[in-house]
Design a protein around this ligand. Structure first.
Ligand code: HEC
Length: 110
């Protein structure tokens, strides 16, 4: 019983640590690659960029869809500006994009 409780605590603690590591990585990458268009507050630094803080906005989509859209880029119908694949930084790995998504959700998600 005690051992099980300890095990559960350890598992949840490592989840929290993993999340915090992702957020730190995501924040760093966001500052290097995404901030020019999306701005420090996620609302968009230039016209045509999606407001990531909007409730029911882009972050309401599933992780799968957002992973795909960040990785491949996208242009919604009627939108005046396209999001470039990986924000124009081809060196980003899948793990980097995943960390960015964790950061976006923690920083701008509602
Ligand atoms: C050159 C400017 C630019 C850069 C750099 C950029 N974005 Fe975007 N991003 C856009 C634009 C423009 C849109 C909206 C596209 C549309 O709606 O057609 C967008 C949309 C998005 C969306 C919403 C996608 C959806 O499914 O609606 C996410 C999430 C996103 N960007 C994340 C990122 C991340 C993470 C980075 C950095 C790796 C990044 N962006 C870098 C311009 C940029």
């Amino acid at each position: 019983m005690r051992f099980a409780t300890l095990l559960m605590l350890m598992v949840s603690a490592s989840w929290v640590l993993a999340d915090e590591a992702s957020i730190a990585t995501g924040k760093k990458l966001y500052g290097q690659t995404c901030i020019a268009c999306h701005g420090a507050n996620g609302r968009g630094a230039i016209p045509g960029v999606a407001d990531l803080t909007k409730r029911d906005g882009a972050l309401a989509k599933s992780d799968d869809e957002l992973m795909k859209n960040i990785t491949k880029g996208l242009q919604n119908p009627g939108s005046m500006l396209a999001m470039p694949a990986k924000g124009g930084n081809p060196t980003l790995s899948d793990a980097d994009v995943q960390a960015l998504l964790v950061y976006l959700r923690s920083e701008f998600g509602s």
